[in-house]
Write a protein of this length. Structure first.
Length: 149
Protein backbone atom coordinates (compact mmCIF):
# COMPACT_ATOMS: atom_id res chain seq x y z
CA UNK A 1 0.00 0.00 0.00
CA UNK A 2 1.42 3.38 -0.93
CA UNK A 3 2.26 5.97 1.71
CA UNK A 4 -0.22 8.40 0.11
CA UNK A 5 -3.02 5.81 0.34
CA UNK A 6 -2.19 5.08 3.99
CA UNK A 7 -2.16 8.79 4.81
CA UNK A 8 -5.46 9.24 2.98
CA UNK A 9 -7.04 6.38 4.93
CA UNK A 10 -5.74 7.71 8.24
CA UNK A 11 -7.07 11.18 7.47
CA UNK A 12 -10.48 9.77 6.58
CA UNK A 13 -10.58 7.81 9.82
CA UNK A 14 -9.52 10.82 11.86
CA UNK A 15 -12.23 13.03 10.34
CA UNK A 16 -15.17 10.66 10.52
CA UNK A 17 -17.33 8.91 13.04
CA UNK A 18 -17.16 5.31 14.24
CA UNK A 19 -17.46 2.48 11.75
CA UNK A 20 -20.96 1.06 12.07
CA UNK A 21 -20.88 0.38 8.33
CA UNK A 22 -18.11 -2.13 8.87
CA UNK A 23 -19.03 -3.39 12.29
CA UNK A 24 -21.37 -6.06 13.50
CA UNK A 25 -23.35 -3.38 15.34
CA UNK A 26 -26.46 -1.93 13.78
CA UNK A 27 -26.59 1.80 13.16
CA UNK A 28 -29.68 3.76 12.22
CA UNK A 29 -30.46 3.03 8.62
CA UNK A 30 -33.06 4.47 6.28
CA UNK A 31 -34.67 1.08 5.74
CA UNK A 32 -34.82 -2.16 7.69
CA UNK A 33 -32.55 -4.99 6.61
CA UNK A 34 -34.36 -7.39 4.30
CA UNK A 35 -35.31 -10.81 5.55
CA UNK A 36 -33.40 -13.75 4.07
CA UNK A 37 -36.39 -14.53 1.86
CA UNK A 38 -36.59 -10.92 0.69
CA UNK A 39 -32.85 -10.77 0.00
CA UNK A 40 -33.08 -13.97 -2.06
CA UNK A 41 -36.10 -12.62 -3.96
CA UNK A 42 -34.32 -9.34 -4.69
CA UNK A 43 -31.27 -11.20 -5.97
CA UNK A 44 -33.45 -13.38 -8.17
CA UNK A 45 -35.40 -10.38 -9.47
CA UNK A 46 -32.25 -8.46 -10.44
CA UNK A 47 -31.61 -8.40 -14.16
CA UNK A 48 -29.02 -10.94 -15.16
CA UNK A 49 -25.66 -9.27 -15.47
CA UNK A 50 -22.67 -10.49 -17.36
CA UNK A 51 -20.24 -12.49 -15.30
CA UNK A 52 -16.98 -10.82 -14.35
CA UNK A 53 -14.08 -11.56 -16.67
CA UNK A 54 -10.81 -13.12 -15.55
CA UNK A 55 -9.27 -9.64 -15.68
CA UNK A 56 -12.10 -8.28 -13.47
CA UNK A 57 -11.42 -11.04 -10.94
CA UNK A 58 -7.68 -10.33 -10.95
CA UNK A 59 -8.30 -6.61 -10.40
CA UNK A 60 -10.81 -7.38 -7.63
CA UNK A 61 -8.27 -9.57 -5.81
CA UNK A 62 -5.65 -6.81 -6.04
CA UNK A 63 -8.13 -4.17 -4.85
CA UNK A 64 -9.29 -6.32 -1.93
CA UNK A 65 -5.66 -6.84 -0.89
CA UNK A 66 -4.75 -3.15 -1.18
CA UNK A 67 -7.90 -1.40 0.01
CA UNK A 68 -9.90 -3.84 2.11
CA UNK A 69 -7.46 -5.99 4.07
CA UNK A 70 -6.01 -3.16 6.20
CA UNK A 71 -9.36 -3.04 8.06
CA UNK A 72 -11.18 -6.26 7.13
CA UNK A 73 -8.17 -8.61 7.18
CA UNK A 74 -6.94 -11.09 4.61
CA UNK A 75 -9.71 -13.56 5.41
CA UNK A 76 -12.36 -10.83 5.82
CA UNK A 77 -12.91 -11.42 9.54
CA UNK A 78 -12.65 -7.70 10.42
CA UNK A 79 -9.23 -8.24 11.97
CA UNK A 80 -6.88 -6.34 9.67
CA UNK A 81 -3.91 -4.45 11.12
CA UNK A 82 -5.83 -1.13 11.16
CA UNK A 83 -8.78 -2.70 12.98
CA UNK A 84 -7.00 -2.69 16.36
CA UNK A 85 -7.53 1.05 16.69
CA UNK A 86 -11.09 1.11 15.36
CA UNK A 87 -14.24 1.17 17.47
CA UNK A 88 -16.50 -0.42 16.47
CA UNK A 89 -14.54 -3.04 14.59
CA UNK A 90 -14.82 -3.44 10.80
CA UNK A 91 -17.44 -5.76 9.30
CA UNK A 92 -16.73 -9.46 9.61
CA UNK A 93 -17.47 -10.80 6.13
CA UNK A 94 -17.30 -14.40 7.38
CA UNK A 95 -20.46 -13.89 9.49
CA UNK A 96 -23.10 -16.18 7.97
CA UNK A 97 -26.01 -14.19 9.48
CA UNK A 98 -24.79 -10.94 7.91
CA UNK A 99 -24.16 -12.71 4.60
CA UNK A 100 -27.77 -13.93 4.61
CA UNK A 101 -29.39 -10.60 5.42
CA UNK A 102 -27.44 -8.31 3.08
CA UNK A 103 -28.21 -8.01 -0.64
CA UNK A 104 -25.72 -8.11 -3.49
CA UNK A 105 -26.76 -4.57 -4.45
CA UNK A 106 -26.01 -3.36 -0.90
CA UNK A 107 -22.50 -4.84 -1.01
CA UNK A 108 -21.74 -3.32 -4.40
CA UNK A 109 -23.20 0.06 -3.40
CA UNK A 110 -21.15 0.32 -0.20
CA UNK A 111 -17.97 -0.64 -2.07
CA UNK A 112 -18.48 2.03 -4.73
CA UNK A 113 -20.16 4.80 -2.75
CA UNK A 114 -19.12 4.20 0.87
CA UNK A 115 -20.98 3.84 4.13
CA UNK A 116 -22.92 7.11 3.87
CA UNK A 117 -24.60 5.87 0.68
CA UNK A 118 -26.36 3.10 2.60
CA UNK A 119 -27.14 4.99 5.80
CA UNK A 120 -23.97 3.91 7.58
CA UNK A 121 -20.87 5.74 8.73
CA UNK A 122 -18.91 7.67 6.12
CA UNK A 123 -15.76 6.19 7.68
CA UNK A 124 -16.25 3.29 5.28
CA UNK A 125 -14.63 5.10 2.33
CA UNK A 126 -16.13 5.32 -1.12
CA UNK A 127 -14.30 3.93 -4.13
CA UNK A 128 -15.80 6.09 -6.90
CA UNK A 129 -13.23 4.83 -9.39
CA UNK A 130 -14.94 1.42 -9.19
CA UNK A 131 -18.51 2.64 -9.87
CA UNK A 132 -18.19 2.37 -13.68
CA UNK A 133 -16.34 -0.96 -13.43
CA UNK A 134 -19.35 -3.26 -13.03
CA UNK A 135 -17.36 -6.45 -13.58
CA UNK A 136 -14.82 -5.52 -10.90
CA UNK A 137 -17.62 -4.59 -8.47
CA UNK A 138 -19.30 -7.94 -9.12
CA UNK A 139 -16.01 -9.77 -8.61
CA UNK A 140 -15.39 -7.92 -5.31
CA UNK A 141 -18.90 -8.78 -4.16
CA UNK A 142 -18.36 -12.41 -5.15
CA UNK A 143 -15.07 -12.41 -3.24
CA UNK A 144 -16.83 -11.07 -0.13
CA UNK A 145 -19.63 -13.64 -0.53
CA UNK A 146 -16.98 -16.36 -0.79
CA UNK A 147 -15.65 -15.48 2.67
CA UNK A 148 -18.82 -16.76 4.39
CA UNK A 149 -18.13 -19.49 6.97
Amino acid sequence: MSRARIESCCAALALTFALPACSGEKAPAPAAAPSPATAAAQAAASPAAESPTAEDKTQATEIFTQRCTPCHGTQGAGDGPASASLTPKPRNFTDAAWQTEVTDDHIEKIIAYGGAAVGRSPAMPANPDLAPKKGVLQALRMHIRGLKK
